[in-house]
Design a protein. Structure first.
Length: 293
């Protein structure tokens, strides 16, 4: 079955970009207007995050989000056969900041949020780095698509580390110089054990793992944004958070990461993955107060 699916995706990947985006437009129409995929969740998230915006403004952001959401996943088709040269034309990042830190003797962690297009970022950065480029991901339940996505994401050198098996998968790299990428705005598995801090004016939990890992391994931390310049063209900027994570008080790394993610979203509200329930937890001072900033 895998080889049949791979063959289909490979043939589709040879289509011109303009045809790929016609497919994306059709996918957008079905996703937004016909099936209404998670529209209540997206609308609720936007209303909470931007109470100052009118209903018309919220709907505009909502529609732009769905268009970028569909582009993000339809573009994956092209990655089955895309060349490094074409990626270089369509993605502009700052790999030298990672390479320079590692050459100075630092291990590096990159923290980011679910900005579009994280897939383009992976494909754009990995061939330009001189050291292991590690990305933590959540496995796909369907084994055929899990294998296909791993093939795509690892084509140019990225090493994908399964989140549930992270300790084992990361062990061979721990003593090396490396760059570890963490999309760190996930909901923690256990909210009460998360780090509670304000995000768009509402206290919600964030995982403690990225901060703990940075301090344990004493890594430099870069924050990454992702910018959609236009369809099929993206950029990324890296901002140094610290080269000495152990010098910062508990929670400071998480606090600054969340501030960076919110700042980036406010610049372009539709370029963020609003379809997950970011505000589903309620803060309780008595239960969670010790975790708040």
């Amino acid at each position: 079955m895998y080889y049949l699916v791979f063959a289909l995706f490979y043939v589709l990947s040879l289509l011109p970009w303009r045809v790929i985006y016609i497919l994306s437009d059709g996918f957008y129409f079905l996703t937004y207007y016909v099936f209404g995929y998670r529209r209540k969740i997206v609308r609720n998230n936007l209303i909470i995050a931007f109470p100052e915006k009118t209903e018309a403004e919220i709907i505009t952001i909502e529609k732009e989000f769905y268009k970028s959401f569909c582009d993000n996943f339809i573009e994956i088709i092209k990655f089955v056969s895309i060349t490094k040269e074409e990626i270089a034309k369509r993605f502009n990042g700052e790999p030298e900041k990672i390479n320079n830190l590692i050459e100075q003797g630092y291990k590096v962690q990159v923290h980011s949020g679910h900005f579009f297009s994280w897939e383009f970022c992976n494909m754009g950065y990995s061939p330009q780095l001189k050291y292991p480029f590690l990305t933590v991901y959540m496995p796909i339940t369907n084994k055929v698509f899990e294998r296909l996505f791993l093939y795509i994401r690892e084509r140019f050198g990225t090493k994908m580390l399964s989140a549930p098996e992270f300790k084992t998968a990361f062990a061979p790299y721990r003593k090396q110089n490396y760059c570890l990428v963490l999309i760190a705005d996930q909901n923690p598995p256990n909210a009460s054990a998360g780090f509670w801090t304000e995000f768009f004016g509402k206290k919600i939990p964030f995982p403690k793992g990225p901060e703990k890992g940075a301090q344990f391994n004493n890594t430099a931390i870069l924050m990454a944004n992702m910018i959609k310049l236009k369809r099929g063209y993206y950029a990324s900027e890296l901002e140094l958070l610290t080269t000495d994570p152990r010098s910062l008080p508990e929670g400071e790394i998480t606090k600054q990461m969340v501030h960076f993610i919110e700042k980036t979203i406010r610049r372009n509200p539709s370029n963020y993955l609003w379809s997950h329930r970011r505000f589903k937890w309620e803060y309780n001072q008595e239960e969670h107060g010790k975790y708040s900033i």
